[in-house]
Design a binder for this molecule. Structure first.
Ligand code: FES
Length: 87
């Protein structure tokens, strides 16, 4: 599990092993758009302010993944204990 801090919503949410960031956001009333939910379309893209992302999508380029400024919330997770997201 890891935590996501939502910078603009002033919320901290726990993401357990069996759930995606997208699911946790929605359970907490955050209206995040999505489409494929398989890491392919880019609809659920979210800005990352701080923290290391474990990218599991096929949408971002290798350069974008290395830069670590975006995350696909439907599939990707955190390497660090906490991500600060621009939501
Ligand atoms: Fe398509 Fe997340 S919903 S990449």
């Amino acid at each position: 599990a890891f935590e996501v801090d939502l910078a603009r919503s002033a919320m901290t949410l726990k993401v357990p092993a069996g759930k995606t960031i997208l699911e946790v956001l929605r359970e907490n009333g955050i209206d995040m758009p999505s489409s494929c939910e398989q890491g392919a379309c880019g609809t659920c893209r979210c800005g990352v302010i701080e923290g290391a992302v474990k990218h599991q999508d096929v949408y971002l380029s290798d350069a974008e993944k290395a830069e670590g400024k975006s995350i696909m919330t439907c599939v990707s997770r955190a390497v660090s204990n906490r991500l600060i997201l621009d939501i």
